[in-house]
Design a protein around this ligand. Structure first.
Ligand code: UGA
Length: 466
C-alpha cells in the first residue's frame, strides 16, 4: 500500500490546528509550524492554545503518538509532500485590501526548506490571483513547489466537526500532479461531500463569494427585523417561513447586532477592494458592509434611548465575543456597542464566561470587568445581551440587583414574556417591546414613577400601535 502523504501545516491557529489534528487522525504524519515559540512550547506540552469544541480531544492522542509534531523552525518541513498554509491575512488599514506580508514570508520560508517537488496549498483567504503571483515568483526562483488554492470553510466553534463533515471541498490547481496529490489527500471525504478540483483563481473566488453571500443573508435578516419593528410583524415567524423555501434555506437568517468576527468584515472589505481593482461594481456587498456598521451605531442609540433621563447611567453588557460559543472578540458587534456606550459617557460593566481575556485586551480598564452576569448587572440601568453566551441567565436573581430593570436583547436570547412577568422592560430585535408593570424609579434625575420613554409604535402591553 502506498504511504500516506507527509503533511506540513504552517500556522497553528483556528484553521491550522484543527486541520493538522484532523489529518493526523486520518493517519498522516503532520508537522505543524508556528512562529510563536510560546505557542509551540504549549502545544508540545499538550496544553490548549485555542478554545475549539473537541479540539483538545482530537489533538492529544495525535501528539502523544508522535504523528503530529510542532516546530518553530521551517526546516522541519523538509520532507513534506504537501504543505497547507494557514497564516493570517488581515486587512490593510484604509483600503481594506489584504495584507499578504505573512503569506509571502511563510511561502519564502517553505520554499527555503523544501527542495523536492511538493504541493504548497494556500488555505489562508487570499485575493484572486495571489496563487498565480506566488507560483510565478517561486518559478523564477527555481523552486519545485506547485502552488494550489485550498480555501477553508470552517466556522469558529465547530471547526473540528466541520473538518470531518465538510459541505464541499474546493481545490484550485494548475498542474496535474498537484491536483492528483490533493485528490488523494481528500480521498477519505469523497463519499461525504463533493470535491471540486478547479483552477486557482476559481477556488480563491469561491471563498469570497461564499462569505459575502452569507454576510448579505445576515444583513438581509436584520433589514427584515427592522421592518418587523416598524410594522408589528413577528420576525421569528417571518424569517422561519422565508427560510422554509428550500431555494432560500433557513440558515444565517438569525437577526442580531450584525455580523462580526475575523472573517466576514475582513473578507468583504477585501472583496470590495478587489472589485475596485478589477473594475467590477459590487453595490450589494458595499451596502452590506455599510449597513452592518450603521446597524451597530443605531443599536447604540437604541440603548441610549433607554438611559435618556437617568443621571450617571450604567449599562451591563453580557456576552462580548463575536458570536456564541467562542472566546474570539475580533470585530465583535458587542465590543463595538460597548465602545459606542463609552463614547456617550455611559459606565459599562461587561461579562462573558468565555471571552473576558479578549475583552480585556480590547477594552482595557475603560469598563468594569465582572465575574458573572449578576455582578455586571448590579446597579445597572439596562442589561444588554451582546451574545448568547449566557444560556442559564437567572433573571429572577438579577432583577432586584438592577437599578432600573430594562433588557435590550440584541440576540433574542432571553424569554421575553418571562422577563416582562418578572418586571423587566424588554426589547428584542424585530419584536414588539414588552413590559407588564411600570418601571420602578430608584435613580436620581427622574421623578417618581417616571421611566424612559418607549420607542414610537410600541406600548407597554406588547401590542404594537400601527
Ligand atoms: C465564517 C463562515 O461562516 C465560514 O464558512 C468561513 O469558513 C469562516 O467565516 C472563515 O472565513 O474562516 P465564522 O467567522 O466562524 O465563519 O462565523 P459565522 O458563524 O459565520 O458568523 C459570522 C457572524 O455572523 C457572527 O457575528 C454571527 O453572530 C453572525 N450571524 C451568523 C448572525 O448574526 N446571524 C446568523 O444567522 C448567522
Amino acid at each position: 500500500m502506498k504511504d500516506k502523504a507527509r503533511l506540513g501545516v504552517v500556522g497553528a491557529g483556528y484553521v491550522g490546528l484543527p486541520t493538522a489534528a484532523g489529518f493526523a487522525s486520518l493517519g498522516h504524519r503532520v508537522v505543524c509550524i508556528d512562529s510563536n515559540r510560546d505557542r509551540v512550547e504549549q502545544l508540545r506540552a499538550g496544553r490548549s492554545v485555542i478554545r475549539e469544541l473537541g479540539l483538545d480531544e482530537l489533538l492529544e492522542p495525535q501528539r502523544r503518538s508522535g504523528r503530529l509534531q510542532f516546530f518553530e523552525d521551517f526546516e522541519a518541513l523538509r520532507r513534506s509532500d504537501i504543505v497547507l498554509l494557514s497564516v493570517p491575512t488581515p486587512s490593510l488599514p484604509g483600503t481594506g485590501a489584504v495584507d499578504l506580508e505573512q503569506v509571502r514570508r511563510a511561502v519564502a520560508a517553505v520554499a527555503g526548506a523544501i527542495s523536492q517537488p511538493a504541493v504548497l496549498a494556500i488555505k489562508s483567504t487570499v485575493p484572486v490571483g495571489t496563487g498565480d503571483a506566488l507560483a510565478e515568483e517561486l518559478r523564477r526562483q527555481g523552486s519545485p513547489l506547485a502552488v494550489a488554492s485550498f480555501p477553508e470553510f470552517f466556522c469558529e466553534g465547530s471547526a473540528v466537526y466541520d473538518f470531518f463533515h465538510p459541505s464541499r471541498l474546493v481545490v484550485g490547481a494548475e498542474v496535474e500532479w498537484a491536483a492528483d496529490a490533493m485528490r488523494e489527500l481528500l480521498e477519505p471525504f469523497r463519499d461525504r461531500c463533493p470535491v471540486l478540483v478547479v483552477d486557482r483563481r476559481t477556488a480563491e473566488l469561491v471563498k469570497y463569494a461564499s462569505n459575502a453571500f452569507l454576510a448579505m443573508k445576515v444583513h438581509y435578516a436584520n433589514t427584515v427585523a427592522d421592518f418587523c419593528e416598524k410594522t408589528g410583524a413577528d420576525v421569528d415567524s417571518v424569517l422561519r417561513a422565508v427560510g422554509l423555501d428550500p431555494r432560500i434555506g433557513g440558515q444565517f437568517l438569525r437577526p442580531g447586532p450584525g455580523f462580526g468576527g475575523s472573517c466576514f468584515p475582513k473578507d468583504i472589505r477585501a472583496l470590495i477592494a478587489m472589485g475596485r481593482e478589477w473594475g467590477v461594481p459590487l453595490d450589494l456587498v458595499e451596502t452590506t458592509l455599510r449597513g452592518n456598521e450603521m446597524r451597530q451605531m443605531a443599536l447604540v442609540q437604541r440603548i441610549l434611548a433607554r438611559l435618556q433621563k437617568i443621571s450617571h447611567p450604567r449599562a451591563a453588557v453580557l456576552g462580548l465575543a463575536f458570536k456564541a460559543g467562542t472566546d474570539d472578540c475580533r470585530e465583535s458587534p458587542a465590543i463595538a456597542i460597548v465602545e459606542g456606550l463609552l463614547a456617550a459617557g455611559v459606565t459599562v460593566a461587561v461579562s462573558d464566561p468565555l471571552a473576558m481575556e479578549g475583552a480585556r485586551r480590547l477594552l482595557g480598564e475603560r469598563v468594569l470587568h465582572a465575574a458573572n452576569a449578576l455582578a455586571a448587572a448590579r446597579g445597572s440601568d439596562v442589561l444588554v445581551i451582546g451574545t448568547e453566551n449566557f444560556p442559564d441567565l437567572d433573571l429572577e436573581g438579577i432583577r432586584p440587583a438592577m437599578r432600573t430593570a430594562q433588557i435590550v436583547d440584541l440576540r433574542n436570547a432571553v424569554a421575553a414574556e418571562r422577563a416582562a412577568e418578572l418586571g423587566f422592560y424588554y426589547e428584542g430585535i424585530g419584536r414588539p417591546a414588552l413590559a407588564t408593570i411600570p418601571l420602578p424609579v430608584s435613580h436620581p434625575g427622574a421623578g417618581e414613577g417616571e421611566c424612559a420613554p418607549l420607542p414610537q409604535g410600541r406600548t407597554r402591553t406588547g401590542t404594537t400601535t400601527r
